[in-house]
Design a protein. Structure first.
Length: 260
């Protein structure tokens, strides 16, 4: 059985993908910018943004699961380098994780992800793209930062649909083990939550008292968010809830989290 290459394998999503593949008995190769060992996977040094080491990384693999991100325009360069390496090596399947709304919300990072999607689609190799909504981890980190202030701004009219990263990883693994599927069905969390409600729930779980101030932010990006461009209510297939994520973060039972 040929190995499976995971890029971004040390990140929030990638490390869960790696663990899931290893648990199923697959040989996993992980691309890293520095030398690493252990964890049950084999490690190869390479850099997506420069292309260094990619030829060795993709040699002889059955599928590449691309979980890497630079959180900016460098994603396009990184994807272009990976696509070129995959094409030269004759890898039959490239799986790429993207974000719900990249084609509807003109955020700079979303535009980069959309451009990267296009490179994958036009790569000439078998491809699968999964768009997912925001991870619980991302929103928890956002709230942790904003809750440091006694006044917490919340984006008026903006909602989120947070999803458990483990469920995204599981879906990616299933897609990687199958045939190239093109655009896979989107994956969203089980519940759409307004920003203000999300903040209330976080503060209650954290035992914090803060003043929430709704702010109607200008610009095309926030118009797209207020229109629900980052949501996929028709694909609310995730089961892990934000309340459960809060309970895990603050070591409480989900049913004990005060939802305000």
């Amino acid at each position: 059985m040929k190995p499976i290459l995971v890029t971004g394998g040390t990140g929030t999503l990638g490390r869960v993908v790696v663990r899931s593949l290893l648990a199923r008995g697959y040989e996993v190769r992980v691309l890293s910018r520095r030398e690493r060992t252990g964890g049950g996977a084999s490690w190869v040094v390479g850099d997506l943004t420069t292309g260094a080491g990619l030829a060795a990384a993709v040699a002889g693999v059955s599928v590449v699961v691309d979980c890497a991100t630079t959180q900016g325009r460098a994603d396009v360069t990184a994807t272009a380098n990976l696509v070129a390496a995959v094409r030269r090596a004759g890898v039959p399947h490239l799986v790429y994780v993207s974000i719900v709304g990249v084609d509807r919300v003109p955020l700079g990072y979303y535009r980069a992800k959309l451009a990267a999607e296009r490179l994958v689609r036009e790569s000439g190799v078998g491809w699968t793209i999964l768009r997912a909504t925001q991870f619980h981890d991302l929103l928890l980190s956002l709230m942790r930062v904003t809750a440091r202030s006694p006044v917490v701004p919340v984006a008026a009219g903006v909602s989120f649909q947070p999803v458990d990263v483990r469920e995204v990883a599981q879906r990616l693994v299933e897609l990687a083990l199958g045939e190239p599927a093109g655009f896979a069905p989107e994956l969203g969390g089980p519940r759409v939550i307004g920003h203000r409600e999300l903040a209330r729930e976080y503060l209650a779980a954290a035992g914090l008292r803060r003043l929430l101030v709704p702010v109607r932010l200008p610009g095309e990006t926030f118009r797209g968010l207020r229109a629900g461009g980052n949501l996929t209510p028709g694909h609310a297939d995730g089961r892990g809830t934000f309340e459960e994520a809060l309970a895990a973060r603050f070591h409480r039972r989900a049913e004990d989290v005060n939802l305000g």
